[in-house]
Design a protein around this ligand. Structure first.
Ligand SMILES: [Zn+2]
Length: 181
């Protein structure tokens, strides 16, 4: 009887040790990674301004002295350092609209941060593009006034003629003042 009790106790001890051991080691690894992360600071300020297909630089704000690098599909396209005023400017060659550029900011003792932006069409050309390809609704049917509107049913208009804004303009139509205030 005594012998059985002893071996039972032993097996309990073994079982207990085995169940607690992995928990302990997991706890240690977790604690270590937390300490490691806590020892690195994070960039509070990191901004990237809009980049257009006419841009020859990427600008933004960051921590002074930090290194900023720009990448397109993993390839570095330029780098710079954040100035004492907290701004940076990375020289780049012009990139096509919709190109994805990743900008990384790094400094020793800091956790590297990255942002990905998409190259926009230049503000001037995109607005002229949208106006020439934008559809408008010219007065048609019984109305003879040379005005075009935003929608086909504007002001209960009937028989509106759908055309691009540039075509409407070339035909002598003018924008409705009530639709475009
Ligand atoms: Zn109108």
């Amino acid at each position: 009887m005594k012998k059985i009790f002893k071996s039972l106790t032993l097996s309990f001890v073994i079982a207990f040790t085995m169940s607690i051991a992995p928990t302990l080691s997991a706890f240690n690894t977790e604690t270590m990674s937390v300490v490691e992360a806590a020892s690195k600071k994070t960039f509070k300020t990191f901004t990237v301004n809009s980049v257009y297909n006419t841009s020859t630089k990427i600008t933004g704000k960051g921590l002074k002295g930090a290194t900023v690098k720009a990448y397109v599909s993993g390839k570095q396209i330029g780098k710079s350092t954040v100035s004492s005023s907290g701004t940076y400017s990375i020289k780049i060659s012009k990139k096509k609209k919709n190109t994805k550029i990743t900008i990384k900011i790094s400094k020793s003792g800091y956790t590297t941060r990255s942002k990905t932006i998409t190259v926009k069409g230049s503000s001037s050309s995109s607005s002229s593009n949208s106006s020439s390809s934008k559809y408008v609704y010219a007065n048609g049917g019984i109305s003879t006034s040379k005005i075009y509107h935003k929608t086909s049913k504007a002001h209960n208009m009937e028989g509106a003629i759908k055309m691009t804004e540039s075509k409407a303009k070339s035909k002598g139509y003018r924008a409705c003042k009530r639709c475009w205030r």
